[in-house]
Design a protein around this ligand. Structure first.
Ligand code: NCD
Length: 357
């Protein structure tokens, strides 16, 4: 709270034809058609944003994140590695509402809830009353009325989780990715994974490579890293998918055009998928030319990267486009650690929110 929210893209989800590049679109406000960025929609929600719900990373305090990581570490050791099942959330229901496709986030929330003794309730959106025109708000209120204590929501529209949080009475809303806005649980598991491997300090250099403008993963990671005191954050990718300089300045990141030089500086490289589903227009690059210009190829890794560089990808990967198979499966890759830590972090999130009120 009190921190600057990174602007968000709305190309597809706002019904915008998406025909302009990220650079041309310039600064977007958080709300459609509103020039003034609004920090939060509801002051009451703001007070509870970090406690009862997990809607974004901008509301998170460093101390909260550190406590969450300690909890995740313990749950990983005792629960996941030690095989212990917990009953902290016995008798509770966790509604999983995914309006967009998901493998990792959905499955790991399911496993996390089960490991804590809660029952996951998966709403198959494609076969739900949403197809009959039911609104997000009505769907959320319906699930809460049935007794769902948690509502994990992934939606194509920015601020969808915030919308849901405004209509629930007691349930905890968790943002599992809202349009091109935020993906806080992914950022938390990413940073947790980095912290397991390297001391998180201001000497580390992070590079985010790919579709920066439409990546909710980048936006949430950058905000979280800055909260934790990381200063050296570089971004690289096709110019049409990188926000304008002015906007990047607000993010506190540096756009680099010489990819090889950026790779040589990076301690952690986050490779990102091109979010074609949000562009509304084809990318003016073939998969082959994308790989050549922006892919983390085995050749680039060997030639330019530090020996102990950590390679991250939130998945799903387009292998052979943004990342080579040898890199994704190689010794520098943290891809499966990210996935595994997703369960521990999401267990810690459910537990922490439950304990909050
Ligand atoms: C990401 C997402 O959905 O934003 N994936 C994920 O949650 N593991 C990234 C992506 O889809 O490219």
């Amino acid at each position: 709270m009190g921190k600057k929210q990174l602007p968000v893209r709305h190309a597809r989800e706002s019904g915008h034809p998406g025909s302009r590049s990220v650079r041309e679109q310039g600064l977007d406000s958080r709300l459609h058609g509103n020039d003034k960025p609004q920090k939060n929609l509801n002051s009451k929600l703001e007070v509870h944003a970090a406690a009862r719900h997990l809607l974004d990373t901008v509301s998170l305090k460093k101390e909260w994140v550190i406590r969450l990581f300690e909890e995740a570490k313990r749950l990983k050791k005792e629960g996941i590695e030690g095989g212990k099942l917990f009953d902290d959330l016995k008798g509770q229901h966790a509604g999983l509402l995914f309006f967009e496709p998901s493998t990792r986030t959905k499955a790991s929330f399911h496993i996390a809830a089960t490991r804590l003794g809660a029952d996951p309730v998966t709403v198959e959106v494609a076969f739900s009353s949403v197809q009959k025109g039911e609104s997000l708000e009505d769907t959320v209120m319906t699930l809460e009325a049935m007794g769902c204590h948690f509502l994990v929501i992934r939606h194509g529209e920015a601020l969808a989780a915030e919308k849901a949080a405004r209509v629930v009475k007691k349930a905890h809303v968790i943002n599992a990715g809202d349009g091109a806005h935020e993906h806080p649980t992914q950022a938390l598991l990413d940073v947790f994974t980095v912290a397991e491997r390297k001391a998180l300090n201001s000497n580390l250099t992070f590079l985010f490579l790919g579709d920066i403008g439409y990546s909710r993963v980048t936006r949430s990671n950058v905000q979280l890293l800055r909260t934790l005191g990381v200063k050296n954050i570089l971004v690289a990718g096709p110019p049409s998918l990188v926000p304008p300089e002015e906007e990047l300045k607000n993010w506190g990141v540096t756009y680099v055009t010489d990819l090889n030089k950026a790779l040589a500086q990076a301690d952690i490289v986050h490779v990102l998928r091109v979010q074609l589903e949000r562009h509304g227009q084809p990318l003016p690059l073939t998969p082959g030319s994308y790989r050549e210009a922006y892919g983390l190829t085995q050749e680039r890794l060997k030639k330019y990267c530090k020996k102990d560089v950590l390679v991250f990808h939130p998945g799903p990967m387009n292998v052979g486009v943004e990342i080579d198979r040898e890199v994704a499966d190689g010794p520098n890759s943290c891809v499966l650690e990210q996935v595994a830590n997703g369960v521990a972090i999401r267990m810690a999130i459910l537990k922490t929110l439950h304990a909050s009120c």
